[in-house]
Every structure is written in C-alpha cells, then in structure tokens.
Design a protein around this ligand. Structure first.
Ligand code: G4P
Length: 290
C-alpha cells in the first residue's frame, strides 16, 4: 500500500515557512509521540537550518511512557530541547515557555547585555496534520485562537499568537512532504490519522494495521477483539492476507455481518482504526529509536 498525500496547499505552506523563518528565534516541531520518526518532516531540518529547535512529543497520553522517555533521550542527545505533552488535557504544556527560554538562554543573555531584556521571543510552530498543533497552541496561549487550517483557500496561517508579553507563536498549517521515504512511514501516518482517510482504502489499511498489531501487540489485539488466540500465519501468506483474516475474526466477534452472512470487514477496519486513534487499544507507540 503506497500512501502519498501532498496537496498543493502544503507546497504553499512550505514556501511560507521559508519566508517567515527570518522573523523567528526558534522553531518548535510538534511530533506525534506514537510515531516520532514518521511524524518528523524530513524537509524541516533543511527548511529551518540554523534555528534552535524544540521538539514537542504530543499525544504523550496515547504513547507508551517508556518509549516516550527513550525518544526524549534520543532527541536531547542530538541537541534538541524536548517536551512531552498531552495538549488535550494540558499536561506538560505549562513547561513550554521555560523550555523555550532555556533553549534560547545564550541569545536572551546577549539581548539583556545590550539592554534589550524586554525583547519578544518568536517561535514558529510546525507539525503534520492532526498532530494536535491547534490544541497545543490554544493550551499554550490559554485561549481559543483560530486554527491555521490545512485546507486550501483558508489562509489564517502565519498569524502571531501572543502567549505572554515576551513570547509569541507563529502558527502554520499542518504539512506532510512530497514523498514518504518508505512504505512504513506512509502506513504509520495513515494508522494514526495524519493522512486523510478519504484518500485511502480503509479496508486495506485495516488489514495492514491488523498484521502490524499481530506482531507488535498480539495480547492487546486478542483482548480488544475477544479473540481466544490469534490464528497462525501461513509461511507464504502476505501480511495483508493475514490481516484480512484477522479483520474477519474480529468482525465476526463483533457481529458485523452483511446480507448473506458475510462479515463486514470494511466496517471492522474502520472501527479498528477509530479505536486505536481513540486510545481504546491502550498506549501504543509504533516506533522506537534505532
Ligand atoms: P491539528 O491542529 O494538528 O490538525 O490538530 P488538532 O489540534 O485539531 O487536534 C486533532 C484532534 O486531536 C482533536 O480531537 C484534539 O482534541 C486531539 N488532540 C490534540 N492533542 C492531543 C493529545 O495530546 N492527546 C489526545 N489524546 N488528543 C489530542 P478531535 O477528535 O478532533 O476533537 P475533540 O474530540 O477533542 O473534540
């Protein structure tokens, strides 16, 4: 399954990032704590070269806490400031301003030495669609600001959002990149909901996700769909064919039948993805640092 999604407004946002970079002191990259590698835009390093960077691992309530700690160490070892947050409840968000000031400590000291201690620090916030960027910005700013829509024709992007007298955020629409490096990246972005479901075949995606879960979290899968045991996978069976069988088993348990007694695997696929995204399969990180 070759997932790709790069509509024209994302290319436009890319240009906006380049144009506005001069105006900011730092860049905050919001990643999905469940897929910190796949949710990192590989273009960002080049697009924001030279700017101090803070990585926010958002959706930390949905990721495995040990895995999130490992990712924190991974990014810190590479020179990033790191913050784990749950923007929905607000957990971790209160540490943002201090983390930015720590990241920019040298620069702020230089300003203070020049008598410019009141200078406003500006941070550009970047992230893939659905990572929780708007929720995060609302949390940090402490109110409901307009969403920088990732839809064509809606250009509220590029607005400054004041956090306090000395800190402002620049919101940007969620973007992906023209070509995902390997199939796993596209799949992980699709599993978690960063790539719009409308452009995907949900049933096929569900087959892939079932096959993934059968290896990565077989117990969770068994419990969630009341499968006494997972059927053995034939040596020659593809992941997608095996995933389809699991969708059938789970759909049968849930009683998702269509006329003629067949199992509604498409409905089951949608439910599986919805339930994972809603955290009903528990806290599950799909990727660990190498
Ligand atoms: P975006 O700007 O990056 O596109 O994402 P947005 O903030 O719109 O968030 C997308 C969805 O993810 C929202 O849910 C939001 O509440 C949820 N969300 C954001 N951050 C977190 C987080 O850290 N943890 C969890 N569990 N969820 C988060 P929604 O279903 O669209 O709305 P609602 O159910 O919150 O009303």
């Amino acid at each position: 399954m070759n997932v790709q999604w790069y509509p024209g407004h994302m290319a436009k946002t890319r240009r906006l990032i380049g144009e506005r970079l001069r105006q900011v002191d730092a860049v905050c990259e919001i990643l999905d704590a469940r897929i910190p590698a796949s949710s990192r835009n590989p273009d960002v390093a080049e697009l924001t070269a030279g700017k101090p960077r803070l990585i926010v691992l958002n959706r930390a309530d949905q990721s495995d806490p040990d895995a999130t700690a490992q990712w924190g160490d991974f990014f810190r070892a590479r020179g990033f400031a790191v913050l784990a947050t749950d923007a929905k409840s607000g957990r971790g968000a209160g540490k943002f301003a201090a983390a930015v000031r720590e990241l920019l400590a040298d620069k702020l000291k230089a300003y203070a030495d020049k008598g410019q201690s009141g200078r406003v620090v500006r941070v550009m916030v970047l992230g893939i669609p659905n990572v929780g960027k708007s929720t995060f910005i609302n949390r940090i700013a402490g109110r409901n600001v307009a969403k920088a829509e990732d839809r064509p024709g809606v250009t509220r992007a590029g607005q400054w959002v004041p956090v306090d007298k000395r800190l402002e955020l620049l919101d940007t629409p969620g973007i992906l990149w023209p070509k995902f490096g390997d199939e796993t990246v596209g799949l992980h972005l699709a599993f978690t909901g960063a790539v719009k479901d409308e452009i995907l075949d949900t049933e096929t995606l569900g087959c892939h996700f079932m096959a993934y879960l059968s290896e990565a979290a077989p117990e969770r899968l068994r419990e969630a769909y009341k499968l006494p045991e997972l059927p053995p996978r034939d040596a020659a069976e593809t992941g997608i064919a095996y995933g389809f069988r699991l969708l059938q088993d789970a759909g049968r348990k849930r009683g998702f039948l269509v006329s003629g007694g067949e199992i509604d695997t498409e409905r089951m696929a949608k439910i599986l993805l919805d339930e994972y995204r809603a955290g009903k399969l528990g806290r599950l990180t799909l990727e660990l640092p190498e």
